[in-house]
Design a protein around this ligand. Sequence first.
Ligand SMILES: Nc1ncnc2c1ncn2[C@@H]1O[C@H](COP(=O)(O)OP(=O)(O)OP(=O)(O)O)[C@@H](O)[C@H]1O
Ligand SMILES: [Mg+2]
Length: 229
Amino acid sequence: MLDVENLHVAYGQSEVLHGMSFGVATNEIVAIMGRNGMGKTTLMKTMMGILPSTAGSIRLRGEDIGGLKSHQRVRKGVAYVPQGRMVFSTMTVKENIETGLTASGDRKVPDDIYELFPVLLEMKGRRAGNLSGGQQQQLAIARALATKPKVLLLDEPTEGIQPSIIREMARTLRRIRDERGLSIVVSEQVLSFALDVADRVLVVENGEIVHDEPRAALNEAKVARYLSV
Ligand SMILES: Nc1ncnc2c1ncn2[C@@H]1O[C@H](COP(=O)(O)OP(=O)(O)OP(=O)(O)O)[C@@H](O)[C@H]1O
Ligand SMILES: [Mg+2]
């Protein structure tokens, strides 16, 4: 579904991603783990077209999307939940979700989005800035789903969220995958969440993928060592 090959990304003269390659299958959930500053957000932003790459390719179902602008990638089926959620705080919950509809062509927010996140239905008239962190995270995911994506990218969705809600989020993401047949790429520092949610775990260290293993065979101790400072 998604193929990243030999991706190089630089900020000015300083190269931060040094040739990353990985693929994500249809229906697969891949967790990208790595400590602070290792390049997770840079990778997400580059896949989304917010940052340019200096070399390499990004393909969606075989089609090179690396030259497309972000909004064009959204229309092709890539959706993005940024680190820090970035909901529109002065807009209502409903208005936030509706910003995703321009890509799908739907006139109103599909019911199944509110079924996934009942709290958003309850609070649909409230300003997004007044929601809790966990509720804002659900809103950011709902907004991304409103674009009807084939690939959902989430950048550290568990950041600043309590453990019980993190477990619930893992269940919700698996449900989204099961019901919609999505591919999901989620960057993460919490190993227990990655173990709950992912079919495959990658580790990023200093802009390179140093580990890539299926969940079922995962050497947890080794991954934990990469994550400890
Ligand atoms: N706008 C920028 N200009 C220059 N360097 C940057 C910029 N953004 C990030 N970097 C550098 O790129 C490297 C990777 O940063 P990135 O934000 O991708 O890491 P991360 O894995 O997402 O970290 P975190 O877990 O803290 O979110 C870091 O060394 C960072 O300092
Ligand atoms: Mg980051």
